[in-house]
Design a protein around this ligand. Structure first.
Ligand SMILES: *Cc1c(COP(=O)(O)O)cnc(C)c1O
Length: 422
């Protein structure tokens, strides 16, 4: 699939008059079309709900767009709960899927009336001691161990993952929770990440639906929802074929009709906690070439760095790059595209075929809408960029200003650097 940027050189030249590079920019139109497609794909399920994984893109303006399509939030930390609270989201709109959870986070989640998704059997006691009761609605995260495979090909390795209850613990945990007053039960599992195949959700659904039938039969617990969590990926590379959410929805429906309906469980709600799929493709990191360096290799130095987008440095992840205004030029140069961190892995691309790049060219780094800005950090004293929203009418809205030195130094109450320099 050809990857086209949703901004042009002319648009960026206008934007930078007000908001200098680097910045993350999000495409409202794309976000809306995708959110609608997801909603339609699961409309066969009466209780269906997507809880957007806040960690992927913790920006209230973007989450509010998703909320218009019925999405809630999936939180895993205190500040993510605060964000949902400040946005006015109600308990039923919040899923709290955390792990290694501090007590004050369970307290806050319970106060908001969020659905708590427990990560471990010992958290039953921990939760009860912390908040003083077991909520009527409760969910448990499942980890079957071993490998997660589809048609003999290994997709991921849950046996090596820190999350979730084992099968035995899940049965025991449900019994304990029931004895402590829980009434509405949910199962959650996240067994493979960034899957670029329509098979992941249907295969996961099959495993969870079979488990749910057994659990309900053997423990007498009333299973109200099954949470397929995140994991639907996006095609970062141009040669990858993206997921077809309509097909995925239909195939989960088939498995639902085959397994849950005959077991008398045709009223179970399907939940999802997608992050990457909801936002990933609808964000670009826009950065300017500020240096051309010729040594043992050809380097282009840009004004963004791994502090603005960590995935390439952290995972060696591929992010497609469009040199704006040179979309039709031949890819006859080979470059490393680097940031300024004093770390040799601060490269957005290595040995990438691109058109000739000159100082002042703008580069759009694709698919930064999820796990992009959000993973930003301040190493080397580098500051976070701004976040902009490209609205459907073509206008641009600032949805988070860039960090300034005063923000970076703000926690030095004991040595107020910024104040000393004023
Ligand atoms: C990260 C995460 C998600 C979202 O994952 P994506 O790969 O972005 O879809 C959903 N649920 C939980 C519990 C997570 O930790």
């Amino acid at each position: 699939m050809e990857k086209k940027a949703f901004v042009t050189k002319e648009m960026v030249e206008e934007i930078v008059k007000k908001y200098p590079t680097p910045f993350h920019i999000y495409d409202e139109k794309g976000i809306r079309e995708n959110a609608k497609a997801l909603k339609d794909a699961f409309s066969w399920n009466k209780g269906y709900k997507e809880y957007f994984a806040v960690k992927a893109t913790p920006n209230p303006f973007l989450i509010n767009i998703l909320h218009e399509y019925g999405c809630g939030t999936d939180c895993s930390s205190y500040t993510e709960l605060m964000l949902s609270d400040a946005m006015g989201l109600k308990g039923e709109d919040i899923m709290f899927s955390s792990n290694d959870t501090p007590p004050e986070e369970f307290e806050y989640a319970a106060k908001l009336g969020a659905t708590i998704n427990l990560d471990d059997i010992t958290h039953i006691d921990f939760l009860e001691k912390t908040i003083g009761y077991i909520p009527e609605t409760i969910s448990c995260r499942y980890n079957p161990g071993g490998y997660f495979s589809i048609a003999n090909s290994i997709m991921d390795n849950p046996g090596d993952a820190k999350y979730g209850f084992t099968t035995e613990q899940l049965f025991e945990g449900f019994r304990i929770l029931k004895s402590k007053g829980a009434k509405n039960f949910g199962i959650h599992a996240f067994l493979a990440s960034n899957t670029v195949t329509n098979d992941y959700y249907p295969e996961l659904a099959k495993q969870l639906f079979e488990l749910a039938v057994k659990l309900e039969k053997e423990t007498g617990c009333d299973i109200k929802f099954i949470n397929l969590s995140g994991g639907i990926g996006i095609p970062y590379k141009p040669d990858q074929e993206g997921n077809d959410i309509k097909v995925i929805g239909e195939r989960v429906h088939q498995v639902y009709d085959e397994i849950l309906v005959p077991a008398g469980m045709g009223d179970v709600a399907i939940y999802t906690e997608l992050g990457r799929f909801m936002m990933g493709p609808y964000g670009h990191l826009v950065t300017k070439a500020i240096h051309v360096k010729h040594t043992h290799k050809e380097y282009i130095g840009v004004d963004a760095c791994a502090a603005n987008l960590m995935r390439p440095a952290m995972y060696g992840a591929y992010h497609h790059i469009t040199v704006l205004g040179k979309e039709d030029k031949p890819l006859d140069h080979v470059y490393d595209i680097t940031g300024s961190l004093c770390e040799n892995n601060d490269k957005f691309a290595i040995d990438r075929n691109l058109p000739e790049i000159e100082i002042g060219d703008y580069l759009a780094i694709h698919d930064t809408g999820a796990h992009g800005f959000a993973m930003g950090y301040n190493y080397n004293g580098r500051l976070w960029s701004s976040e902009l929203l490209l609205k459907e009418d073509g206008s641009v809205q600032l949805i988070r200003r860039a960090q300034e030195p005063k923000d970076y130094f703000a926690t030095f109450d004991c040595f107020p650097i910024y104040e000393k320099l004023k």
